[in-house]
Structure formats: structure tokens, C-alpha cells
Design a protein around this ligand. Structure first.
Ligand SMILES: [Zn+2]
Length: 103
């Protein structure tokens, strides 16, 4: 349980670091939710990601561009069931791409 908490803690920190200082203007009251939405928009979509890093795609499997792991997990942006998904490396924690759940 603890390692899971740490995992998400470090993901959150990486997430926050995606939002560059220019966005300091974002009002305090807009909170973490707003913050996450801004960060989410900065993450490449799956196709953009593949266009940018074509070498990480082999045999229909995408691997982490940092550590080459194929252990990639996705999680909901604001809640577990959020249809905005963020895909990150389960080995090094790098945030990789975003997608939407199509229902
Ligand atoms: Zn990795």
C-alpha cells in the first residue's frame, strides 16, 4: 500500500512539474483539479506521441521512451474512472501520453 502511495506521489510531482512557471497566474482557488487539467492538455496524445517517438513502437507494443520498459499503466486524470487517461511508465514513472476512453 505504501509503495502505491509513493508511486502516485511521485506521479503527482511529475505532473506538477509539467505545468511551467508561466502558468503561475492560475488563481489559487482553481485548485488541483484545474491544475491537472492544464497539465493534461500538455501531454501528447497517443498518435502525436508515436509520431514524435516512432522508434519506441515495435510489434504493436509501445515502450517507455526513457527506460524502454513495456510495463505501461494508465490511470484516470481526476478519478479512477475518469475517461481522460494518462499513460505512464510503471518502471520509471515517466508520463508518456494521454488518451480518451471511447465508449
Ligand atoms: Zn520508463
Amino acid at each position: 500500500m505504501n509503495s502505491m502511495m509513493n508511486y502516485f506521489g511521485s506521479i503527482n510531482n511529475k505532473f506538477i512539474s509539467l505545468v511551467n512557471l508561466k502558468n503561475k497566474k492560475v488563481p489559487r482557488a482553481s485548485s488541483e483539479t484545474q491544475f491537472k487539467k492544464i497539465a493534461y492538455d500538455k501531454i501528447l496524445e497517443r498518435q502525436e506521441y508515436l509520431n514524435k517517438y516512432p522508434h519506441i513502437y515495435h510489434n504493436e507494443v509501445i515502450s517507455c521512451r526513457v527506460c524502454s520498459s513495456q510495463d505501461i499503466k494508465d490511470w484516470g486524470l481526476l478519478s479512477r474512472d475518469d475517461d481522460k487517461r494518462v499513460h505512464s511508465c510503471n518502471s520509471c514513472g515517466q508520463i508518456l501520453w494521454r488518451s480518451r476512453v471511447s465508449i
